[in-house]
Write a protein that binds this ligand. Structure first.
Ligand SMILES: NC(=O)c1ccc[n+]([C@@H]2O[C@H](COP(=O)([O-])OP(=O)(O)OC[C@H]3O[C@@H](n4cnc5c(N)ncnc54)[C@H](O)[C@@H]3O)[C@@H](O)[C@H]2O)c1
Length: 353
């Protein structure tokens, strides 16, 4: 098991990153956690108000594409480990601006690898570079089969191509320089603090406001959904216990066609909002399918279950109801995000520090 003193977590103001930061700050008071984030539209420090004053937590506003700034940070901070989540993460945005995805997801990752390699100087005992990736690097499945850790990469969108490229660089730094690198590839996450451009929070917000709920194509695409806190727990387990150079798939064994998921969400929302059964489903609106839309993803996470004893903790229906409750109880968070006000939180909170 790896033991460290100081961890750099990148992208900690985003959806999954904020859950990872919260888990590490709360569960490991003996670790110093530095959260580095550029605060793009997807970064929201209000995701972390519950832990922002803890003594083992600090925030640094920085851009991972700035190699010099990243080098300087490594020189001054004595990091033992990196958990790298910072990324451009929305497939639709990658279709309209692929270059931004190359810059952050590929160049940004290589900048971090270079800085860690230069600082650790070839001595990787109790050092670790953990790269968080996606199942989308494996491409699309037909009706049968699942992605395993040995499935060949076959990315289709600029997003998945940039993540695949970054995974290859991380593996190359392990194979070429002996760096202690670990990668996990996870299926679709859902849960609290998810930016409402993604399917589930967008649908919750639109149903709540009686706005059309857009569904791509005929809603036939299948995704394997995992509760975000189960992903954060998997990262914790893999970070501490995996071998250098290892890869793990993380998934929920929980496949849903988009349209079935949206219908389930509509029925949960009818109940929570006291609407008549079937009322929310009237908002479903089919829209032109996304270009290159992968039909089906499904993750085989047997290796993680057998080797490191990790299993998802929540059934989907329970997790989805819990998620709806969170969005309905945190209207201020949703209003701040949809109005854009969340972007002034950094100035309000940190400008005097
Ligand atoms: N969301 C999913 O379902 C899912 C599934 C599997 C893997 N992943 C991976 O997990 C990671 C986190 O995903 P997410 O959904 O939380 O993403 P997100 O978009 O919610 O958060 C990304 C964070 O990275 C920050 N960031 C972006 N560019 C940056 C830069 N140049 N420098 C520093 N910070 C920058 C953003 O400000 C934001 O806080 C990503 O690497 C993604 O590929 C996501």
């Amino acid at each position: 098991m790896i033991t460290v003193k100081k961890i750099l977590i990148t992208g900690g103001a985003g959806f999954i990153g904020s859950h990872v930061v919260r888990r590490f700050v709360n569960n490991y008071p003996q670790y110093e956690i530095v959260n580095l984030d550029k605060l793009t539209y997807a970064g929201n420090l209000a995701n972390l108000t519950d832990i922002e004053n803890k003594p083992n937590y600090r925030f640094v506003k920085e851009d991972i594409t700035d190699a010099q700034a990243i080098d300087e940070l490594f020189k001054t901070e004595n990091f033992d480990a990196v958990i790298h989540l910072a990324a451009e993460s929305h497939v639709d945005r990658s279709i309209s601006d692929p270059t931004a995805f190359v810059m952050t997801n590929v160049i940004g990752t290589v900048n971090l690898l270079n800085a860690a390699r230069a600082y650790w100087k070839g001595s990787y005992d109790q050092k670790r570079f953990y790269h968080v990736s996606t199942d989308e690097v494996y491409g699309a499945l037909g009706d049968e089969g699942m992605f395993t850790e040995t499935t060949a990469y076959d990315p289709h969108s600029p997003y998945s191509a940039s993540k695949a490229s970054s995974d290859h660089f991380v593996r190359a730094y392990h194979d070429t320089y002996g760096m202690d690198c670990v990668i996990s590839n996870c299926s679709n996450n859902y849960g609290s603090h998810h930016f409402p451009e993604k399917l589930i929070p967008l649908a919750i917000n639109n149903i709540k406001n009686n706005k059309p709920v857009p569904v791509y194509g005929k809603g036939e695409n299948v995704r394997d959904w995992l509760w975000v806190e189960d992903h954060a727990r998997a990262i914790d387990v893999i970070f501490h216990n995996s071998k250098a150079g290892d890869t793990y798939n993380i998934g929920g064994h929980n496949e849903w066609k988009n349209i079935d998921l949206i219908n389930l969400l509509c029925s949960i929302m009818d109940e929570k909002l006291g609407r008549e059964k079937g009322e929310s489903a009237k908002l479903i609106t089919y829209v032109t399918d996304r270009a290159g839309h992968d039909l089906r993803y499904a993750i085989d996470s047997t290796k993680l279950q057998e080797q490191l004893d990790w299993v998802p903790s929540l059934q989907f229906e329970e997790g989805l109801a819990k998620t709806v409750d969170w969005y309905l109880q945190n209207e201020d968070w949703l209003t701040n995000v949809t109005s854009g006000n969340y972007q002034s939180y950094y100035e309000q909170q940190y400008s005097h520090k």
